[in-house]
Every structure is written in structure tokens, then in C-alpha cells.
Design a protein around this ligand. Structure first.
Ligand code: ZN
Ligand code: ZN
Ligand code: ZN
Length: 165
């Protein structure tokens, strides 16, 4: 057969690969002097499995499914600690609470003010703006921290189709 020997189905990659990545992060955590507690392991698993853009409260619900005695305040403390250790970063996508990303999976965001749809844009997408801010104002933009707000294609289309008079 023409398939490479290391071919894996997407399903096979799923949980086992996530578990491995969680262990890698926990190793890094220990190396930087952090403790790999059970609640942190569960929290990281939720971050890897649920994808980005989850608030602390949403992550708490996921963690509490497995460990009901982990309080929201512990989740906040753990997120702070993971952020300090460079494992996790937060982003503000709009008016709501911050959402959390693994530091290895960050990107910028274009968020629709009308329907909250988020487009993920790689950091190089912001390169010209970062360059201009640096040259003109000697200002260093962090494109991962705040979203650029506007109107998505679907909402722009809908506003054209809705007569205003
Ligand atoms: Zn994101
Ligand atoms: Zn912030
Ligand atoms: Zn929209």
C-alpha cells in the first residue's frame, strides 16, 4: 500500500496525544518550580480537549465534572500560576470575561460585535500594524491579548439585506 508506515487516523491521535501533551506541560511546570497537582492536570486536560476560548467559569464546569470538589477560586489560582509559568495566556474577545489559551496555541482574534463570531488570525497577520506602531510610537503591540472588533461577513451581508427605512 502507498500509505506511510506511521499513518494514524485522526481518532487515534485524539486522547492519547492530548494526554501526552498534558504530561509535557506538567514536566515543564515542575522544571519551572511549579507543582503538578491533580486539579492542574485536570484543568490542562480540559484546555487541550475543549479547545481555546473558554472562560475560567467554563473551565471550572469541565474540571468539576471530573473533580467536583475543585472550587472556582482554585481554578483562578491555577490559571494565574500557569500563566505566570508561561503555559497559559488569556485573551479578551469582547465585553465578557477573559478566555484562556495554551501558550503554544495563541493567535490574534477578529471578533464580530454583532454575533460574537471569532476569526483566529496568526500573529504574522498583525505584522504590518505591529511594525507601524513600533516605528511611529515606539509601541510594542501584543496582538494576542485583545481582539480587534468589527463586523463579520454574514452580519455585514444581513445589514445590507435589512431595509433601514
Ligand atoms: Zn483564540
Ligand atoms: Zn488581560
Ligand atoms: Zn457577525
Amino acid at each position: 500500500m502507498g500509505l506511510p508506515t506511521d499513518a494514524t487516523t485522526p481518532e487515534a491521535v485524539g486522547d492519547a496525544a492530548n494526554a501526552e501533551r498534558v504530561e509535557e506541560v506538567l514536566d515543564r511546570l515542575r522544571e519551572s518550580g511549579g507543582r503538578a497537582t491533580t486539579s492542574r492536570r485536570i484543568l490542562l486536560t480540559a484546555l487541550f480537549e475543549e479547545g481555546p476560548h473558554h472562560t475560567a467559569e467554563e473551565l471550572a464546569i469541565e474540571v468539576q465534572r471530573v473533580a467536583p470538589d475543585v472550587h472556582l477560586s482554585t481554578i483562578y489560582r491555577n490559571l494565574d500560576e500557569l500563566e505566570r509559568l508561561g503555559v497559559v495566556v488569556h485573551a479578551h474577545l469582547g465585553h465578557g470575561p477573559a478566555t484562556y489559551h495554551l501558550a503554544s496555541e495563541t493567535h490574534g482574534h477578529l471578533v464580530c460585535e454583532f454575533c460574537d463570531a471569532a476569526v483566529e488570525a496568526p500573529e504574522d497577520f498583525f505584522a504590518e500594524l505591529m511594525d507601524a506602531a513600533s516605528k511611529r510610537y515606539n509601541f510594542t503591540i501584543d496582538p494576542r491579548h485583545f481582539a480587534v472588533l468589527g463586523r463579520c461577513a454574514a452580519c455585514a451581508q444581513a445589514s445590507l439585506e435589512t431595509p433601514t427605512n
